[in-house]
Design a protein around this ligand. Structure first.
Ligand code: SF4
Length: 277
């Protein structure tokens, strides 16, 4: 990929997202964690509310986890909130945000993608991020399924030094708006001339490393039942005897799901009731 082509295409079109106006590592981390499994339009108001409540790691670390989970309602995958809360405490204990890949990877819930995203989007360091949009673009440009090592190497090789913030954002937007999962708009793509696949034949993106699969059905899932209980808990403690009804599940199944939530630290038992931590 030639950097000039993508940057010239992408910079004037860059989506105006609130977390793109900051270089604060905490604000960037919160946005990246929220965006991992939630669409941008749902994340925007949640990110704004979260940053208003917890503008710094010290604010989040000082809050009870239950308050953070309450604020997380509607985003799903609440382990992310627990990990953010723990990461805030760890940053406070360290006396500041880690600025290296290894240091960021040591934070709870921070994996390769999130660590590189903080490096690139907060510190403007030369880090190539590979989210699902970027992984899809690289697989299609290469014209074949890539392993995780191959896609990271392709991303590293393409990265123009000193322009990591703009490059990664433009590549993400290209994947989100042009090189879409279905019906990519190849005729409008600045990478068309160097793209091996360019929409012809079997799409190499599904099954390529880093390209997410469609989410499992929500209706009837354990995720839905867990979400029902956490939503009820956000309003106040729930008697153990009512958990099955709240989850709309048979008693044994509901008890197992509630036990799992407790084991994950997302709720606690107190006498004959369950409450947020
Ligand atoms: S030419 Fe088509 S398939 Fe290739 S990167 Fe552009 S949009 Fe994606």
């Amino acid at each position: 990929m030639l950097a000039g082509d993508l940057l010239a295409w992408g910079l004037p079109r860059l989506r105006d997202l609130p977390w793109r106006r900051t270089r604060d590592p905490w604000a960037v981390l919160v946005s990246e964690v929220m965006l991992q499994q939630t669409q941008v339009p749902r994340v925007i108001p949640k990110w704004q509310a979260f940053m208003a409540a917890y503008p710094a790691t010290a604010d989040c670390a000082a809050a009870p986890l239950g308050d953070v989970l309450r604020l997380w309602q509607g985003l799903g995958y609440p382990r992310r909130a627990r990990n953010l809360h723990a990461a805030a405490a760890q940053v406070e204990a360290l006396g500041g945000f880690p600025t290296t890949l290894d240091g960021l990877l040591a934070l709870p819930g921070v994996g390769q993608y999130t660590a590189r995203a903080v490096l690139a989007f907060a510190f403007e360091a030369d880090a190539a991020v590979v989210d699902t949009n970027i992984a899809r673009v690289h697989a299609r440009v290469a014209g074949r399924r890539l392993t995780s090592g191959e896609v990271q190497r392709a991303a590293d090789a393409a990265l123009p030094r000193g322009q990591a913030w703009a490059w990664n954002q433009c590549l993400m937007d290209l994947g989100a708006t042009v090189c879409r999962p279905q019906a990519p708009q190849c005729a409008e793509c600045p990478l068309l001339a160097r793209c091996a696949w360019h929409g012809q034949g079997e799409d190499p993106a599904p099954g390529s490393a880093g390209v997410s699969r469609p989410q499992a059905r929500f209706d009837g899932s354990d995720r839905q039942a867990r979400g029902r209980l956490l939503k009820a808990l956000a309003a106040g403690p729930v008697p153990k005897a009512e958990i099955a009804a709240v989850m709309a599940r048979p008693a044994a199944n509901a008890a197992a799901l509630a036990d799992a939530l407790m084991a994950e630290g997302l709720c606690v038992a107190e006498g004959d009731r369950v409450r947020l931590p």
